[in-house]
Design a protein around this ligand. Sequence first.
Ligand code: F6P
Length: 458
Amino acid sequence: MTRSQQGTLSERVTDALSDRDLTVVSNRQPYAHDYDDGEISVSRPAGGLTAGLDPVMQRTEGTWIAWGDGDADFEVADEDGRVRVPPDDPSYTLSRVRLSEEDVEGYYYGYSNRALWPICHGMIGTARCDGRDFERYRAVNRRFADAVVEQIDEGLVWFQDYHFGLAPRMVRESAEDAVLAQFWHIPWPTWDTFRICPPAEAIVSSLLANDLLVFHTREYVHNFLECVAEAVPEATVDRVSGTVRHRGNATTVVAFPLGVDAARIGELAERDAWPDLEARHELEDRTIALGVDRLDYTKGIPERIYALERFFEDHPDQRGELTYVQKGTGSREEIAAYQHLQERVDRAIDRVNGRFETDDWQPIVRVEEHLPKEELYALYRHSDLALVTPLRDGMNLVAKEFVAAQLDRRGVLLLSEFAGAHEELGDDAVTINPYDTQGSPTPSIGRSRSPRRSDASA
Ligand code: F6P
């Protein structure tokens, strides 16, 4: 009997979870321990993935395997890198994998973020595919796979994202009966694009060792199934049910768009914890347009600023009336493309401010400080416009957070047609093409790539 004949996927997942034997594998860890003035302090990395999965783990009491990137991480862990978390009320085990500088350079900055990231976002000109990086990526995937195999019996393993393109096959080879699932949080491109990523076939084939493979949108599911047909010709692809049969395994490929906790965001936004920004007086009585981004070249930030420049040129009456707030968080700063982006953004903002500012008005206000959630959501709530304009984005939760934080207000979401969130929110947003910095917004009607879902998260 092959594995695909041993009960339905949901029966096997339910069985696995009833034993509370869930193992999550991600690159980022949910809690980091660092030295702070000689004392050890705990922090929670920014990012929706870890924040979203932590409550799940607290309920299932399983194990979370992740890179221990804090400088005091292994001080507080046992000899196997294990520590109980959350620190103030432990309910599950965080199992830290120690990576050397060379590992981080080749696996994280290298293959994950200089090759896979730009390729999956369709920015092939930015991709750097170095065979040594791929070898590190493979070696680190092996380390994570070994860590998984060491501690699972027949439970459910849930891989997160593109950092683990090879680990599922490695785990499957040692743990035939494990239930494996993976959420690929970034876009999946067409085969013409993905195939430039050597060796693309190995990644596609490894992902088929999962029982369940999840993307944010139906477009990415469609692209993945087409890639399977090209890269793994011996696999059988059923495009209607989204099932792929390969090497005695059946993989269900589905779109489950990630949502946000809209009720919680609404609650926090309602507290009106307006942040004490340096530029607070700039915003009073003005129309506020807001952009909240990790500083990534996929987010379309320079293009957005060129579009604003054009807007102030063409609409002099709006000078002094509308202020754009750019909340940016630094990211992957060791990679040259991210350093260039930072310079481009700074130059563009300085140019627009230099051209249009007056004694009592600054067109673009930067917010660089970390804002606690309730202050961030108050900023969302009091903004009249959110500019969510990525050139390509797996989902983009800022769009959903903005909608959830508006409460009784009727702010407008300008949303790129190239964000995964557009599949759900496109009908209610003003659709824009982020490359078209001089264009008018496109009427949304009929523009979303798929029918509106009634269960959109926000
Ligand atoms: O969107 C993909 C993703 O890996 C998210 O899960 C994460 O929040 C974000 O990119 C940040 O990436 P990094 O962990 O490289 O800082």
